[in-house]
Design a protein around this ligand. Structure first.
Ligand SMILES: NC(=O)c1ccc[n+]([C@@H]2O[C@H](COP(=O)([O-])OP(=O)(O)OC[C@H]3O[C@@H](n4cnc5c(N)ncnc54)[C@H](OP(=O)(O)O)[C@@H]3O)[C@@H](O)[C@H]2O)c1
Length: 343
């Protein structure tokens, strides 16, 4: 089978197309014929390493955490998935040398493989893992908020999604809307404003042209209940200016800076909760819960992808995985997908 591998950290040129043996799934594993692989920022960050020359945990790594395909073989002890099932994947490459989705067949623990609802295509399936599970987690950690999402669980809540035109932001808008929230989102320009409107955001604020805090307070005079935050250092003052008493800020990224400064008294005066989120170590119970809710949202038609739904898709062939990684690394707007197997 064809697979993309890298043997050292570095720029996209370390990615190489090779031929590999297909291996059989072991106990508790399934083998998936990958139809579509997706690239997230975490994939190029792992490939590049935290610093130049950083060693890899394995001699050879297959990249990409997210993908969708068809179950091709199941190992002993696997009961709820069967050969022929359409599935989507999460954390495929996490702590696995050969689990990544940039290959024709990936063998994965069954806990990382979820049935793809009938009304969902492989493009949607490949777009879910990192963005949608992270968004679900960010929306379910508020003190007064729900632990699970379904229609009605965020009724009466105001959710602020920072940078809503990003992949995680897009999923957060869609999930929050599906669950009943009023969604305010910030963007850096008009093209992204059009995308978040298509995604379903109720209120869009161009933070480069508007006094964002004043505008959010005008929309939500009592403040916002939950913030899904991609750039905490940049937005700490804004978040404090708009959060309501016992509100929560879920931080899932360090875009715009690693260090932030918080006014202690003003935060404890408002009983603000900061919750940091890292998908890799959030725990499989949270991942499983997210996957179930995400599948329910898909069944309701609430998580579409594509330009008309606010998330443009950009396609690459497996042999062009380096270009796909480069596109994400250069902050392309939308979702980068790789066609792995012919349909
Ligand atoms: N903790 C986790 O488990 C987890 C999970 C998923 C993703 N992440 C991280 O979250 C970040 C976003 O992921 P994504 O897939 O949503 O990426 P993406 O599709 O590239 O979107 C990133 C968005 O962040 C916004 N942004 C705000 N401030 C920014 C800044 N200073 N520099 C660059 N962008 C800025 C941009 O919107 P505007 O231009 O409108 O500001 C952009 O649309 C990445 O750093 C990723 O590694 C972490």
């Amino acid at each position: 089978m064809k697979a993309i591998v890298y043997r050292a950290t570095g720029d996209p040129s370390v990615l190489e197309l090779v031929d590999r043996e297909i291996r059989d799934p072991g106990r508790g594993e399934v083998r998936v014929r990958i139809m579509v692989s997706a690239v997230n920022p975490t994939d190029w960050k792992s490939r590049r390493g935290a610093k130049p020359g950083e060693p890899l945990p394995f001699a050879e790594v297959v990249p990409n955490q997210d993908g969708a395909g068809v179950v091709d073989a199941v190992g002993p002890g696997v009961e709820h998935l069967h050969v022929g099932d359409r599935v989507w994947l999460a954390l495929a490459a996490y702590q696995r040398a050969d689990g990544g989705t940039a290959q024709e067949f990936a063998v994965l623990p069954v806990e990382r493989v979820f049935p793809l609802p009938e009304n969902a295509g492989f493009d949607l399936g490949a777009s879910l893992g990192v963005p949608a599970i992270t968004a679900h987690r960010a929306l379910t950690i508020a003190e007064d908020g729900p632990r699970r999402l379904h229609p009605g669980t965020l009724d009466g809540k105001v959710v602020l999604v920072a940078g809503g035109a990003g992949a995680v932001g897009h999923a957060a808008i869609q999930l929050a809307k599906w669950a009943g929230a009023v969604v305010i989102t910030t963007v850096s320009g008009p093209a992204k404003a059009a995308l978040v409107t298509a995604a379903g955001a109720d209120h869009v604020i161009n933070y480069r042209e508007t006094h964002a805090a004043a505008e959010i307070r005008r929309i939500a005079p009592n403040g916002v209940d939950q913030i899904v935050e991609v750039a905490p250092a940049q937005n700490a003052e804004l978040d404090l200016a708009v959060i309501r008493n016992r509100g929560s800020v879920a931080v899932y990224a360090n875009n715009g800076g690693d260090q932030m400064s918080l006014d202690v008294r003003r935060h404890f005066s408002l009983n603000v909760r900061y919750q940091f989120v890292l998908l890799y170590t959030v725990g499989m119970a949270a991942v499983q819960a997210a996957a179930e809710d995400i599948n329910a949202a898909i069944a309701d038609g609430a998580l579409p992808v594509g330009e008309a739904a606010g998330l443009p898709l950009h396609r690459f062939d497996l042999a062009d995985t380096a270009a796909a990684h480069a596109a994400v690394e250069e902050n392309i707007v939308g979702k980068v997908l790789i066609d792995v197997s012919a349909g």
